[in-house]
Design a protein around this ligand. Sequence first.
Ligand code: HEC
Ligand code: HEC
Ligand code: HEC
Length: 469
Amino acid sequence: MKALLKTLQAAALLLSLTSLTSLNAMAAPAQYPAELVERGRYLATASDCMACHTAHKGQPMAGGVVMSSPVGNIISTNITPSKEHGIGNYTLQQFSDALRKGIRADGAPLYPAMPYTAYAIMTDDDVQALYAYFMQGVTPVEKGTPATSLPFPMNVRTSMKAWNALFLDDQPLKPEPQRSSQWLRGRYLAEGAAHCSSCHTPRGALMQEKRDLYLGGAQVGAWYAPNITSHPTAGIGSWTEAELVQYLRTGRVPGKAQAAGSMAEAISMSFSKLHDDDLKAIAAYIKDVPAIATDGGQPAEVSRFAQGKPGNELVALRGKGYQAGMQGQQVGAQLYSANCASCHGFDAQGTKDGYYPSLFHNSASVNTSNLLATILLGVDRHTAEGHVFMPPFGKQANALNSLNDEEVAALANYIQVSYGTGAANVKPADVAVIRQGGPQSHLPLLAQLGMGLAVVLLIGLAVFLRRRR
Ligand code: HEC
Ligand code: HEC
Ligand code: HEC
């Protein structure tokens, strides 16, 4: 009887919440029903708020994560319900605007490093659940974060208003009544909360997602998020839905791919914790995304999951150790033997149980960015299956397994020739770029030049007008 009463009360509260016409009226702190808070917690997990708003070894949602973007570092903020340092004073309407329109409580626009362009499609109900969770389910942390300072003109936040006017599509998803409820759920999650496209869709000169190349593959910092459209060779058309579900839950599909970098983070903190039904829905939708034939501009003749073969060029070198005068592939082979073979095997065949993957038939060996990033940064992933770890070789502090740019380039060329694409065109300068966190955009420079040009034109105009007078 008591339980029934409670459910009725909860239902009544929910009803009163949803029937409010103005979200603003929600400002007063309320006791939210546990179910609503729990739903909000699940949505926060699906949306991976944690990944960006929790610093390494920091307190949950307290912000301070420094995110390298092509235009400079952006620092995530404290989104715990602290009234002084967090979002404790946010009304539901303000929270909704931050999440779906990219507008902060003080009216200033947020940088799109906060994925509001994806969250824009979230329903009012889900935003409400998230709000209840953040106000009631998250522990307040009384600590601020350093302010973001980008180069001019990006430091002028109002410039984002123009960007939003051009690129923010905050319309709800198009109704597609002929689709299954599974496909619709998958689209809602993949396009909204899980924001796959914010990493996997290439961006234009102004950092906007190119919708015509939806999920066609893109560089995100040091890592490359590959083409995951349904194309049979350029994308993941050769994967079954079950394999995609397995990848999202565990981060690995033996003989095809493993997740490192930002994908490993997304899997550890978010996708691995989703309900089976939701993972299946996401997979069903992703597998149906229209095919794009290129991956990062290269036509794909052979799928990246089928390239390379086992090899033992090492045989000739085994036991010889490093010798002065060794060149090219020999140096690479030597480095491979000394640093990698103990886990990945002398023929790069990996281990039978798949814990140490083979380096041929491996999407990461084929993509230079991901190969270099793996060598420099390693792999670190936590799922229900346990901790998957490969040590980073780019740490200067760790002299024992620290490789310099020349060494990493030689090693990467050896791997790509022996087990991957067959081409050896990695240069030490390419390694330096990945070590620094990926290619930088020319956007600040262009914008500054643009401004400079405008000033020159204005001065020119002033001089011209004066002369005429
Ligand atoms: C991909 C990274 C990323 C994810 C995922 C993310 N955020 Fe953010 N968020 C940011 C960054 C970066 C900022 C600060 C942006 C700025 O300063 O313009 C921010 C700012 C905010 C703000 C504004 C706070 C303030 O007053 O400064 C709110 C609210 C917020 N995020 C809520 C959320 C919620 C809720 C989620 C999950 C549903 C989420 N964020 C997921 C990166 C992220
Ligand atoms: C924060 C950025 C980010 C988000 C969000 C993200 N991905 Fe990824 N994804 C990556 C990166 C980077 C890789 C490459 C990882 C590697 O090779 O170690 C990747 C790899 C993959 C792969 C393996 C492809 C291959 O060839 O190895 C699949 C499949 C995939 N992602 C699917 C998804 C789906 C589906 C979503 C949304 C539910 C998603 N990703 C969201 C960054 C992201
Ligand atoms: C201590 C064992 C160990 C050593 C040494 C090691 N690796 Fe790994 N490697 C791993 C593990 C574990 C994974 C991740 C497997 C997974 O994700 O399921 C991995 C993954 C990889 C991947 C795939 C990454 C991705 O994103 O898909 C590549 C490429 C790779 N290693 C190359 C190398 C190279 C090159 C070296 C030598 C510089 C090396 N590894 C040394 C254990 C090791």
